[in-house]
Design a protein around this ligand. Structure first.
Ligand SMILES: O=C(O)CCC(=O)C(=O)O
Length: 289
């Protein structure tokens, strides 16, 4: 077997077990709208209350397949300058660089900073209907500041522990930052769909810890009203950067590929790592885990 190459990047920490009920959910979201064009003022008000909005059929199947083709092209190794692939730990010791993209994707955890390298993915991130919806939610021109794709391969796709996305961002707490998570495969409760705790964005920031990831402590996770968000391909979840959310391990035999874009108000100033950590961590401040 080939040894991992020096350039290969793995995601955060070691894979470690977690309590079986950590991603237990009480309900499945059923209050989605059909298409960006059907986002009513009441749906925006629901986003403000609940911290999320499901948009079914946000992208057509052609757009969704084009995005998948874009991701496969990016891992073919034929795209000049693109280096944003992070592997699952299961890839260690395997000659994944020699694999064809179709096979290689099943060892990839994440892509970062890719949308400028592929026209199909760029189009998705800057889709006029998406940007118009974001402008209504954010109340300012939306500015894309982070793009990633999360592949969660069959059987080995690891969890993303409970967290608030804002804990990763150097942005003021009062900036209305919105994530857009787009299912490229059907995302189900079996293969690791998003799970959120509605309205937690209104409780403000919580302390994060470096454990299996940069995360909310497992024992601090609230267990009221936990909501699973299964999505068909092309469906999307718009969510506040302060909502508590996570995804379990993919123990199924089915892929769960998704892209996630984050938008901030164009006018929001940048803060510093020190300011971020003074709010979200580091290592517990006045609480333990
Ligand atoms: O797609 C996933 O599994 C988790 C995405 C997420 O919550 C994140 O990367 O912040």
């Amino acid at each position: 077997m080939a040894a991992p190459t020096a350039e290969r990047i793995y995601d955060y920490g070691e894979v470690a077990p977690y309590a079986p009920d950590l991603y237990h959910y009480d309900q499945i979201a059923t209050d989605g709208v059909n298409g960006f064009e059907n986002i009513t003022d009441a749906a925006i008000a629901r986003f403000d209350q609940q911290g999320y909005l499901v948009v079914n059929n946000a992208f057509t199947l052609d757009e969704t397949h084009a995005a998948l083709d874009g991701l496969l092209h990016l891992i073919s190794g034929q795209v000049d300058g693109f280096k944003g692939v992070m592997y699952e730990h299961a890839a260690a010791g395997l000659p994944v660089e020699e694999m064809a993209p179709e096979q290689k994707q099943d060892y990839v955890r994440k892509f970062m900073w890719f949308e400028k390298y592929d026209e199909r993915l760029h189009r998705m991130a800057h889709h006029p209907r998406l940007l118009a919806a974001l402008e209504r939610i954010i109340g300012d021109t939306p500015f894309l500041f982070q793009d990633m794709a999360l592949l969660k391969p069959p059987h080995i796709g690891r969890e993303k522990p409970w967290h608030q996305d804002h804990a990763y961002f150097e942005l003021p707490l009062n900036a209305r930052v919105v994530g857009c998570w787009i299912a490229l495969d059907e995302a189900t409760t079996e293969n690791g769909c998003m799970i959120v705790i509605p309205a937690t964005h209104r409780q403000g920031p919580v302390v994060h810890f470096k454990r299996r990831d940069w995360q909310i402590c497992d024992t601090h996770v609230q267990n009221q009203g936990v909501t699973a968000i299964p999505l068909k391909p092309g469906g999307c979840l718009l969510f506040s950067s302060l909502i508590h959310h996570g995804t379990p391990t993919n123990n199924s035999g089915l892929r769960r590929r998704a892209v996630q874009f984050h938008y901030r108000p164009a006018s929001a100033p940048k803060t510093s790592v020190e300011e971020r950590l003074a709010i979200f961590g580091e290592e517990g401040k006045d609480v333990t885990c």
